[in-house]
Design a protein around this ligand. Structure first.
Ligand SMILES: [Zn+2]
Length: 113
């Protein structure tokens, strides 16, 4: 259940950003998660709501974007998108891969008034 820890971290960032910008209310939060973070959006949202209860972010809309896994083959240099969790180069079959996208975890933007 690492969603709870992530929700705690992100809610802290949201509340700090809201106070820096003197927001009375956070209306929307756009979050990006890499697929490798393996977040269950429902659990994350539930945990997040519990944490921000009675704060300026309590009514914020959460938009969660999942970034697909992209890898680069260290052998032949091909970039490719990982599908069905097959971690193997689509060109040469090598498993010597580098992660380009998929481990992200960040707040893209915040809407408020
Ligand atoms: Zn390759």
């Amino acid at each position: 259940m690492h969603e709870i820890r992530i929700a705690e971290d992100l809610s802290r960032i949201v509340l700090e950003a809201a106070s820096e910008r003197n927001l009375r209310k956070v209306t929307g939060i756009n979050i990006s998660f890499g697929q490798l973070v393996q977040i269950v959006p429902e659990i994350f949202e539930f945990a997040f709501r519990e944490i921000v209860k009675d704060s300026v972010a309590q009514d914020a809309r959460l938009n969660i974007e999942i970034i697909q896994v992209k890898m680069k083959c260290s052998k032949c240099g091909t970039d490719f998108r990982v599908e069905d969790n097959i971690f193997k180069c689509i060109e040469c079959g090598s498993v010597d891969l580098e992660i380009i996208n998929g481990k992200e975890l960040f707040i893209k933007s915040l809407e408020g008034e």
